[in-house]
Write a protein of this length. Structure first.
Length: 79
């Protein structure tokens, strides 16, 4: 079930890089995001595969671990 899948994801204790939040990049200006995406896509096969998965998904659920400190920051996260 989706609930079990989300619980597994949230329970995963694999260390993550601090700058691993791809979702926030989509709120950037399209020209900037386009340039960043090209770099990410060409950096590694893993990045390219991840971007293909995102592009082909029906929806994407971001589980970025952030703590917005202002309403503006919160709104940016939701965009």
């Amino acid at each position: 079930s989706l609930r079990q899948a989300f619980d597994q994801i949230l329970a995963d204790q694999t260390p993550r890089a601090k700058n691993e939040c791809v979702g926030i990049l989509t709120s950037e200006n399209r020209r900037v995001w386009s340039s960043v995406r090209k770099v990410m896509d060409s950096e590694s096969a893993e990045n390219a595969a991840s971007l293909r998965d995102i592009d082909s998904a029906l929806f994407v659920l971001c589980l970025d671990d952030t703590e917005p400190s202002t309403m503006e920051d919160l709104n940016r996260r939701f965009l």
